[in-house]
Write a protein that binds this ligand. Structure first.
Ligand code: AMP
Ligand code: MG
Length: 324
């Protein structure tokens, strides 16, 4: 049953906003919070009703587990048994845009729906100062998927959040645009070996440099990260990729200096970090302005791998199963 519509509060990025957000969360309500990746739809990860509300507000399938956001490293070791490689990655990249999937510990206290009933859990310490202050004020783990309706483009501003979820969540803590702009990279472990489950805000090369070895390729036949289903991040408009020569009716999104006539650019200088930051905002804007979108080629290196992953899924044929 959909919950009745209610006005969504827009909370300021100050003490009052954080205190209000924490008290709503303690009451089992949902609050969208800024993180350095994208806005997350936060709810108390220990409260089964709050977690059920997250799935309902997003229209997210119950088989798609949520990332649990934490304030401190000690919180992670209470919830999960981190393998040594995970501890090394956490020491290097936390707080930051990296999620680690590890076996649950007995007495973890999370609502079972958070992990979709799996015996593993996805954990992250976000770096955004407001997310950290909110986690501290709340004093517990927050389950927080991206704050968008399932299958739609992820939100990198408070306005994106309200465009998708207004009336379905209690509040949005407005922290301005997100710095990284792509979801976290997700790393799982098969025995001692690390596996990249989702490309994201930390590049594969940076992870490999810390591990001192190559990441295992993900076994494509096995969906261990259910959010990896094909159609995801879908705009309303039709999307064509790797376009150097757009058709007259296409809204062309450029990358790099060689895209004269592009309506918008991910990065005019060809900077991949800037393109990542701008990706979802540019897609949101293009989607409101055109029915056909064409995107210039983005190199498949560094953050370009995650950018191309999101673009390919935004362009994929829309299936009935969506996983955002
Ligand atoms: P998001 O949709 O950005 O909230 O990312 C959550 C994603 O994390 C899910 O779609 C899964 O792909 C992944 N994930 C979360 N928990 C687990 C888990 N226990 N095992 C494997 N992947 C997970
Ligand atoms: Mg998502």
């Amino acid at each position: 049953m959909p919950e009745p519509a209610r006005a969504t509060e827009i909370l300021p990025a100050d003490e009052h906003g954080i205190a209000r957000a924490a008290s709503l969360l303690r009451a089992g309500e949902l609050v969208a919070m800024p993180t350095e990746t994208v806005y997350g739809l936060a709810g108390d990860a220990r409260n089964a009703d709050a977690v059920a509300r997250i799935f309902a507000a997003k229209g997210r399938p119950a088989h798609n587990p949520l990332i649990v956001h934490l304030a401190r490293m000690e919180d992670a070791t209470k919830i999960a048994d981190l393998p040594p490689a995970a501890t090394r990655l956490a020491a290097h990249f936390w707080p930051g845009p990296l999620t680690l999937v590890a076996p649950l510990r007995a007495g973890h206290g999370l609502a079972p729906a958070v992990t979709a009933g799996l015996q593993t859990v996805a954990l992250r310490l976000p770096a955004h100062p407001l997310a950290r202050r909110l986690l501290q004020a709340f004093g517990g783990p927050l389950a927080a998927p991206s704050a968008n309706p399932s299958g739609r483009i992820s939100p990198t501003t408070a306005a994106h959040v309200t465009a998708g979820l207004s009336g379905r969540i209690a509040a949005v803590l407005d922290g301005g645009p997100c710095r990284v702009g792509l979801e976290s990279s997700i790393i799982g472990f098969e025995g001692p070996r690390a596996v990249m489950l989702r490309e994201g805000g930390v590049s594969r090369e940076d992870v490999e440099a810390v591990l001192g070895e190559a990441l295992q390729a993900r076994d494509a036949a096995q969906i261990t990260a259910p959010g990896q289903l094909a159609s995801h991040y879908a705009p309303r408009a039709r999307l064509r990729l790797d376009v150097r020569d757009p058709a007259p009716d296409e809204f062309w999104i450029g990358f790099g200096p060689d895209c004269p006539g592009a309506a918008l650019s991910l990065s005019e200088s060809g900077d991949l970090a800037e393109a990542a930051t701008r990706l979802f905002a540019v897609l949101h804007e293009a989607d409101t302005r055109a029915d056909c979108i064409a995107v210039a080629p983005v190199p498949e290196t560094g953050l370009g791998i995650a950018i191309n992953d999101r673009l390919r899924r935004a362009a994929a044929p829309r299936g009935p199963v969506k996983g955002a």
